[in-house]
Design a protein around this ligand. Structure first.
Ligand SMILES: Cc1cc2nc3c(=O)[nH]c(=O)nc-3n(C[C@H](O)[C@H](O)[C@H](O)COP(=O)(O)OP(=O)(O)OC[C@H]3O[C@@H](n4cnc5c(N)ncnc54)[C@H](O)[C@@H]3O)c2cc1C
Length: 382
């Protein structure tokens, strides 16, 4: 179904891609509908993913990871959206949270946390957004104030992916509330039996329904000062800026996978759907619309391939990652909308994949830094 040959997918990676497809088809897709109803994945699915070697793909083996690189994370993101299986939040867990720990935690902390994340014993989340602050992260209100050997955390977070199951949360907070970016730090919170920590309800979403998204509350939560990520306070913003391009590429790859699947399904649908005595594909409007979609998909593949080659050489700038994120997600929205239209009324039925794609893909223009923020990042370089 997906025959595009990417220059960054080597023979080894192609074999890995097959095992990812198998894992998703066998372990995730059969459960997705139930998870969507429950608004939450089974906790056990994380252990299964760990056993199958599907977690922390690009973390060194000495920390329990797969020893791969960003290409492995990219394949996971691509294949999940191609399969319309968004319940297992590996993008956040493996692609983001584990990499903050790898980059900024002490050796002892890496040994303590990463192997548990690789096995599925710990589920990871990152908590930046708050009820009153999303895009304007410098203005977050959650505080971590030092008291002896501990930080005392107070505040609340919202829209946190993997939050319902999370055992380890990177909490973005103010260690100096008088400062903006320079007062921001990331504190690692281990949630088990933690006094003062509370999860709110699972938020009911428009799409990506099987992925748990929750509110979190911190009331005088005490964690050791050693859980500060990085050697000193006030580095949180810098750390976010360094890591976010990777997160944006994962979302961009998801946009590409969404477009590829929408095109494949719709081409199949219009070949079979008879309109006025002939296949819909013989109508000029259908042909022209799908010709446009195929062109968009081809441009997206070329752009993503170019970005991936740069990522793997560590040459991808934050600006180009922002371009990939906004362009791929924006076009995923347009493509899915056109493809849904070609399905007619069936496209509005949730049992049809295109309807689920329509709901799932909308958020990709909002999270990971909204597309408006991506354009701000790009515009700064003009
Ligand atoms: C399903 C889901 C999962 C998420 N997962 C996580 C997670 O795991 N961790 C986490 O921390 N957060 C998460 N988020 C939060 C997400 O990152 C925020 O929703 C996003 O950053 C936007 O913030 P906001 O919702 O507060 O919108 P606001 O910041 O209030 O923005 C509202 C609108 O104004 C626009 N806007 C804002 N600033 C500007 C500007 N300067 N110029 C022009 N337009 C602007 C925005 O683009 C947006 O369209 C998730 C959100 C969703 C919906």
């Amino acid at each position: 179904m997906f025959d595009h040959k990417s220059p960054w997918i080597t023979e080894d990676l192609a074999l890995f891609q097959n095992s990812v497809r198998r894992f998703i088809a066998e372990e995730l897709v059969p459960n997705d509908e139930r998870w969507a109803k429950e608004q939450c994945i089974d906790r056990d699915a994380w252990y299964k993913a760990g056993e199958a070697g599907m977690l922390l793909l690009s973390i060194p083996e000495e920390y329990g990871g797969g020893g791969g690189n960003f290409a492995h994370d990219a394949i996971m993101a691509l294949e999940q959206t191609r399969a319309i299986s968004t319940s297992l939040g590996t993008g956040v867990h493996s692609g983001i949270v584990a990499h903050y720990i790898l980059a900024y935690a002490s050796e002892e902390q890496k040994m303590r946390w990463l192997p548990k994340m690789a096995s599925g014993e710990f589920v990871g989340a990152i908590a930046m957004s708050e009820p009153s602050v999303g895009s304007d992260l410098q203005n977050i209100k959650t505080k971590a104030i030092r008291d002896g050997d501990e930080y005392v955390i107070n505040g609340s977070k919202t829209f946190i992916t993997n939050g319902y199951h999370a055992d380890l949360i990177l909490v973005v907070c103010k260690t100096d509330p008088t400062q903006g970016a320079r007062g921001t730090s990331i504190v690692v919170v281990e949630t088990k039996d933690l006094a003062g920590f509370r999860r709110g309800r699972i938020l009911e979403k428009l799409g990506c329904k099987g992925q748990d998204t929750v509110e979190l509350f911190f009331d005088d939560v005490r964690v050791p000062v050693a859980n500060l990520l990085g050697p000193e306070e006030g580095k949180g913003f810098f750390q976010l800026m360094q890591q976010l391009p990777q997160e944006r590429m994962i979302i961009a790859l998801g946009g590409l996978g969404t477009m590829e699947r929408a095109l494949a399904d719709t081409a199949e649908y219009v070949r079979n759907r008879k309109l006025f005595g002939k296949p819909s594909l013989e109508l000029q409007n259908t042909r022209f619309k799908l010709a446009e979609v195929k062109t968009t998909v081809t441009i997206a593949q070329a752009f993503i391939d170019d970005c991936m080659v740069k990522v793997l050489k560590r040459e991808l700038s934050g600006e180009v990652a922002a371009m990939a994120k906004w362009w791929c997600t924006h076009n995923a929205g347009l493509v899915v909308d056109e493809c849904l239209q070609l399905h007619g009324g069936y496209g509005y039925m949730v049992e049809y994949p295109i309807a689920r794609q329509y709901a799932n893909t909308r958020v990709s223009r909002i999270f990971g830094g909204s597309n408006e923020i991506m354009k701000e990042i790009i515009a700064r370089t003009l």
